[in-house]
Design a binder for this molecule. Structure first.
Ligand code: SAM
Length: 282
């Protein structure tokens, strides 16, 4: 008998992956956690039935959420990652010698435990001495720090369930406060393609625009996320994501990547007209 994992993307669209076997299924205090093994995408993690990452295409998401700000900021030392309990974002950040300390704030300890056991390709770096894991709601965590972080990466689930608070004005305002004067916030910015997602994405963008003096959006192509067209937000107090960036400095670090490169960095901020229209209409 064939086994398939199916995710409902909209009322009218489903996405399916053939599965060899289910490796784990459990319910935490916050969400249902499943891990599958598949012939095309390798191992993959879902939360409440929604795709979080696959072994085959996680590099695209984790490289684009990390290397874009790390190329822009010449010396990011103190970093906050909110969500991201799979460890993929932390793994990419730890490749930089400038990084001294990472606070990883993940609401669900069980996600980290399951990823450590079944997804070592993303989770194995979580024991690095530069990483402090806090099992706490990110919305609460950011109420305290002022002028502390060079970079905040919001690697969250979607705007419902435990992740809902990470899409509020209160949260973005506190991220602004927690950043140093030259700091950057990056957030996973959802997909613009299906109408219901585009509406949620637009509301999020509106809140960010009201919280930061500067914000832009960039894109990547991620096959296992709804529509395959994914966005990230770049917000800052004064840094620009392309103009004035020392791309030669990043190249001189010799960091080997599979998706990210400096030409693509600049190009990723050029968005299709229909996306610009959604973003302008806030
Ligand atoms: N790459 C993924 C995506 O966009 O589909 C995100 C992956 S990562 C697994 C998302 C993590 O955010 C989950 O482990 C979830 O438990 C965590 N999370 C959700 N809400 C949170 C909150 N309020 N505070 C901290 N972590 C949260």
């Amino acid at each position: 008998m064939e086994l398939w994992y199916t995710e409902q993307h909209t009322k009218n669209v489903r996405f399916s992956i053939r599965v060899n076997r289910q490796l784990y299924s459990g319910q935490s205090e916050f969400q249902r956690i499943d891990v599958f093994e598949s012939p095309e995408f390798g191992r993959f993690l879902t939360l409440d039935g929604y795709m979080m990452l696959t072994e085959k295409d996680e590099f695209i998401y984790h490289e684009m959420i990390t290397h874009v700000p790390m190329c822009v900021h010449p010396k990011a030392e103190n970093i906050l990652v909110i969500g991201g309990g799979d460890g993929g974002t932390v793994r990419e950040l730890l490749r930089y010698p400038s990084v001294r300390h990472i606070d990883l704030v993940e609401i669900d300890e069980m996600v980290v435990d399951v990823c450590r056991e079944y997804l070592p390709f993303t989770a194995s770096c979580l024991d690095d001495p530069r990483v402090d894991i806090h099992y706490e709601d990110g919305l609460r965590f950011v109420r305290k720090p002022v002028d502390v972080y060079d970079l905040i990466i919001v690697d969250s689930t979607d705007p419902f369930g435990p992740g809902e608070g990470l899409f509020t004005k209160e949260f973005y305002g506190n991220c602004f406060k927690a950043l140093k004067a030259d700091g950057i916030m990056i957030n996973q910015h959802e997909s613009p393609f299906y109408e219901q997602d585009a509406y949620a994405m637009q509301r999020m963008h509106q809140r960010i625009v009201h919280s930061f003096p500067f914000s832009r959006v960039y894109q990547a192509h991620i096959p296992t996320y709804p529509s395959g067209h994914w966005l990230f937000g770049f917000s800052s107090k004064n840094r620009r994501p392309v103009e004035g960036v020392d791309f030669a400095r990043w190249k001189s670090l010799g960091i080997k990547t599979r998706y990210y490169n400096t030409q693509l960095h600049a190009a990723a901020f050029s968005l299709p007209n229909y996306v610009e229209e959604i973003l302008e209409d806030v």
